[in-house]
Write a protein that binds this ligand. Structure first.
Ligand SMILES: *Cc1c(COP(=O)(O)O)cnc(C)c1O
Length: 445
């Protein structure tokens, strides 16, 4: 496998782009491969190397790289009619209607341009709606590159996790470990009257893949209701990925007040959205007072790509296909680790998967989840399965990133760049791709 072209492109990039990239996760060591094009479930790099792709743009590409004709036609028509106008278009209404029809929590929605913008706006909305300042997030969670959630520390002892954010900003952000009901009760006992919202992913998808324990989301729902706080589900990854068109909230049967979207909802183009009950979402300007605005928001090309992608998924067996392959992959990985790496944990659900390099656990696998950890309390490994961000961080993350990732790349398998980010199966993957991938895992684990 040669990489001369990627290497020389990276050399040029280092002179004009900080770290040679436009998003920090792409700065794989010693240097990333540059992609020339996608092909179905594969990407081909600048040196002509071909990889089975499980990064899928870090989540947006539900259908893989070759868009179905209806999606392509929608995008091309909008682009050829002039890309955008600064006036509303029908396609925005159609996508909003589609989301409101399928997602339990959504009556009304505001489209923006990134997941980051969605969570920024959702937090502002929750503060404006409740008249309170504090938000509760999960330790080690990721909600985009935004001031309120880039914090480290626990409870009310939080600090900005990046230079450039005033220390005082973090005073308004409280953190609790995911899956810890006691911690949520405690933080509300102390700060309940000041808490505008609890913001969480339904499944942690940026810090390993951590499934909720039974009853956790129900507890968040009850506690927030009791204290007049909002429950915000960040479904930027899980939206239209987990639970199909009803999203993870439908799968888990817990309805948040506000939901943030991104990734898949834009069909591969820059997007974000904030949905929820009418009385809450109408607090946004111009119907309400919480300022929200954007030149590119509801961009016609993006709206067409998102709408046609979701329509295609609704009218074809996309979720059956990707979830079936996800299951096949996780079940195969579970068998492989039993033989090759009994301490490791296979995680994920639907079309999300990862092998977490957990360091310990009993070799007895009675009652274990057969295709990805679902926090089954009857499982002999229950106490050793990652329950929160700290558990993922204690895994062998260096081995994953420095040894395992490059070895899989040499096998022609493109995984997300570190132990923390989720991986995705797309509609373009085939059973043969999965079998080839399992063989590579078998050799490298
Ligand atoms: C990707 C992601 C974001 C940020 O979205 P961007 O489009 O990268 O700004 C926010 N929340 C979650 C859960 C994400 O996975």
């Amino acid at each position: 496998m040669t990489d001369n072209q990627s290497r020389s492109l990276y050399e040029r990039a280092l002179s004009v782009l900080p770290g040679g990239v436009n998003s920090s996760v792409r700065a794989i060591r010693p240097y990333p491969f540059f992609v020339e094009r996608g092909d179905g479930a594969h990407v081909i790099d600048a040196d002509g190397n071909r990889y089975i792709d499980y990064v899928m743009g870090y989540g947006p590409l539900l259908l893989g790289h070759d868009l179905p004709e209806s999606v392509m036609a929608g995008i091309q028509q909008r682009a050829s009619e002039g890309p955008m106008y600064g006036a509303p278009t029908e396609v925005e209404v159609e996508l909003a209607e589609f989301v409101a029809r399928h997602v339990p929590s959504v009556e009304m929605i505001r489209f923006v341009n990134s997941g980051t913008e969605a969570t920024v706006s959702a937090v502002r909305l929750a503060r404006g709606y409740t008249g309170r300042d504090k938000i509760v997030i999960m330790e080690g969670s990721y909600h985009g590159a935004q001031e309120s959630t880039l914090v480290e520390g626990s409870g009310s002892d939080t600090h900005p996790s990046s230079p450039g954010i005033p220390e005082t900003f973090a005073e308004h952000t409280l953190t609790v470990p995911f899956n810890d009901e006691q911690a949520v009760h405690e933080v509300f006992a102390e700060h309940g009257d000041d808490i505008a919202a609890v913001l969480t992913e339904p499944i942690l998808g940026n810090y390993g893949i951590v499934h909720p324990v039974d009853g956790y989301h129900e507890t968040l729902r009850e506690v927030t209701d009791e204290h007049g706080s909002l429950l915000i589900f960040d479904e930027v990854i899980t939206g239209f990925r987990v639970g199909g068109l009803q999203c993870a909230q439908g799968k888990f049967g817990v309805t948040p007040d506000v939901t943030t979207f991104g990734k898949i909802i834009g069909g591969g183009f820059p997007v974000g959205a904030i949905g929820g009950r009418t009385e809450i979402i109408e607090e946004f300007t111009p119907s309400g007072d919480v300022f929200q605005s954007g030149t590119f928001s509801g961009h016609p090309v993006t709206m067409a790509a998102g709408l046609e992608t979701l329509r295609y998924a609704a009218e074809n067996d996309v979720y059956d296909h990707v979830n079936g392959l996800g299951e096949q992959l996780r079940a195969g990985l579970t068998d492989i680790i039993a033989d090759h790496a009994p301490n490791y944990t296979v995680v994920g659900t639907d079309s999300m998967f990862k092998v977490v390099f957990t360091r310990e656990g009993p070799s007895d696998r009675s009652n274990h989840c057969e295709s990805g950890c679902q926090q089954n309390s009857e499982c002999s490994r229950y106490d050793y399965c990652p329950k929160n961000g700290a558990d993922i961080k204690r895994a062998d993350t260096e081995r994953w990133e420095r040894l395992f990732w490059p070895a899989m790349k040499d096998e022609g398998i493109f995984l997300t760049a570190n132990q923390f980010e989720s991986q995705f199966v797309s509609d373009a993957h085939t059973e043969e791709d999965i079998e080839e991938t399992l063989e590579a895992y078998k050799r490298q684990l």
